[in-house]
Design a protein around this ligand. Structure first.
Ligand code: FAD
Ligand code: MLT
Ligand code: ZN
Length: 457
């Protein structure tokens, strides 16, 4: 193996330059442990190609040497799929940074897979436009990684997840074939939609190299209400009706009482209200014309609202959303949480959270649980901090078992990764998973692309 690796290393150095082949724990460390510090593994090397042609050569070199490849963007994955399990080559997209400007062909922009979300947002903003997907990891998460996970984020209720915001894609298969779907005509039904197949494939079908993004007119007016509520049930009642009352609704997010206390403590924020509430709802509206009146009239005379504060203008709105966006960091400060990204039908959210609390208490006494998320989609981020010595399986059985009983999904936006691979068949069923495996086998017969992700090894 050492000899193969030495030969491979030389070949890779010729392709990408010696400075872009990293070997040894010291230089590869930041690529081999995930954001949560829950998963890590050794990499044979980290390789940083700078163009599609170099990606082709890197993949050919690795697969002919029999080495598997883990594509990596910003390494902010919360499902463990972006770090090696043992001895793979990490293909980092950090040099695929072509950052095009919005072009004359309508509301679109072509970018390299390694461009971070914040850079796309800045480019679009400079042209009076915006990108429809936003998430708190915007400074590090890449557009390619977000496409590979079909990331959702804060604005799904308005603009959908990544798939709805991508017009076309260029990607490279394990054997080096380049699939170019960047032309991205408004209508195109010629054959299978390979773009939608690759979006959400988590690096298991190929490496995404370039993307054509759909842009929207920049919503210059923003307003956001933070509501203090007496119960999750009240939040659900509001979440069921507000999307119809608010044509410019942009996000509808919730945080529970203990999460609010935690983020105030960890991020040193002052409490939003003198009193504490069991649940908080964030209702953001945004548009090209003023939207404040729309928001205030939709919230007037709603018995469910116990307390409210309204922010207008981007700076104030962003400051209010910090209570919500700061959840992930605040929870990480407590330890390494078992993170779940589940969704259940909206009318089942209250029962799900109540039953989850009861089951955790009886089956894993002492476990701390913090839940928050994207209420509009019934998407709940469950974070469990169990007492020492509790196996992951016990926590998963409680959380994911309840999700399946509730008719929900084990992954709404973070992907399956390695974290949930052994739950996929329980959720989708054997026939469904075997159809997915057939696709994988057809495009990556040698199983070189991100083995262990989506399908357990
Ligand atoms: P990575 O973590 O590097 O990789 C993720 C997966 O995609 C891996 O399986 C990897 O192999 C694959 N991959 C990466 N790049 C490519 C490529 N070019 N071609 C093929 N496969 C590739 N996620 C949400 O959906 N919504 C949120 O609101 C959200 N908020 C977050 C907030 C914080 C603070 C953090 C830390 C994470 C959050 N995430 C969220 C999770 C994460 O940011 C997303 O999953 C994001 O899409 C990952 O992008 P990345 O570039 O970091 O990808
Ligand atoms: C979020 O919505 O903030 C995230 O997806 C991150 C998380 O689950 O912690
Ligand atoms: Zn989320």
């Amino acid at each position: 193996l050492a000899e193969i690796e030495t030969r491979l290393r030389r070949r890779l150095e010729v392709v990408v330059g010696p400075a872009n082949v990293l070997v040894g724990a010291e230089s590869t460390g930041s690529y081999t442990t995930d954001w949560t510090s829950r998963w890590s593994g050794e990499a044979a090397a980290v390789v940083r190609p700078g163009s599609t042609a170099e990606v082709v050569e890197v993949l050919r070199a690795c697969t002919s040497a029999g080495l598997a490849v883990v594509p990596q963007g910003g390494n902010t994955s919360l499902a463990g799929g972006s770090v090696p399990r043992g001895g793979e080559i990490v293909l980092s997209t950090s040099r695929l940074r072509e950052n095009g400007a919005p072009d004359g062909r309508g509301l679109a922009m072509t970018v390299g897979a390694g461009v971070v979300l914040a850079a796309v947002q800045e480019r679009a903003h400079a042209a009076g436009l915006a990108f429809g997907v936003d998430l708190a990891a915007r400074g590090t998460a890449t557009i390619g990684g977000m496409a590979a996970t079909n990331a959702g984020g804060l604005h799904v209720v308005a603009h959908g997840s990544m798939l709805q915001n991508i017009r076309g894609i260029e990607f490279v298969l394990a054997d080096g074939r380049v699939i170019d779907r960047l032309a991205a005509l408004p209508k195109d039904t010629a054959g299978y939609d390979l773009t939608s197949l690759v979006v959400g494939s988590e690096g298991t079908l190929g490496v995404i190299t370039r993307l054509r993004l759909r842009l929207i007119a920049e919503p210059r007016y923003r307003a956001c209400a933070l509501l203090g509520l007496r119960s999750v049930g009240d939040a659900v009642t509001l979440a069921a009706s507000l999307p119809t009352d608010l044509p410019h609704l942009r996000s509808l997010e919730f945080v529970l009482g203990d999460g609010m206390e935690l983020v105030c403590q960890e991020a040193r924020l002052s409490r939003p209200f003198p009193e504490r509430y069991p649940c908080y709802l964030f209702v953001e509206v945004a548009g090209v014309a003023p939207v404040l009146d729309e928001l205030t009239s939709a919230l007037i005379d709603r018995d469910e609202i116990a307390a409210d504060v309204v922010a207008t203008g981007s700076d104030e709105v962003d400051a209010l959303l910090r209570y919500r966006e700061g959840q992930t960091e605040a929870i990480r400060a407590l330890g390494v949480p078992r993170k779940f990204d589940v969704a259940v039908p909206l009318d089942g959210v209250e029962a799900f959270l109540a039953t989850l609390g009861e089951r955790l208490q009886s089956e894993i006494p002492g476990a701390r649980c913090l839940s928050f998320g994207h209420l509009a989609e019934g998407n709940i981020h469950v974070n469990v901090l169990p007492p020492d010595g509790i196996e992951d399986e016990r926590v998963e059985d409680v959380v994911l078992g309840l999700v399946l009983e509730s008719g929900g999904t084990i992954s709404a936006e973070h992907g399956i990764g390695i974290a949930k691979a052994h739950w996929l068949e329980r959720m989708r069923g054997a026939d469904d998973v075997s159809a997915m495996r057939s696709i994988k086998a057809a495009l990556d017969p040698g199983s070189f692309m991100n083995p262990g992700v989506i399908f357990p090894l």
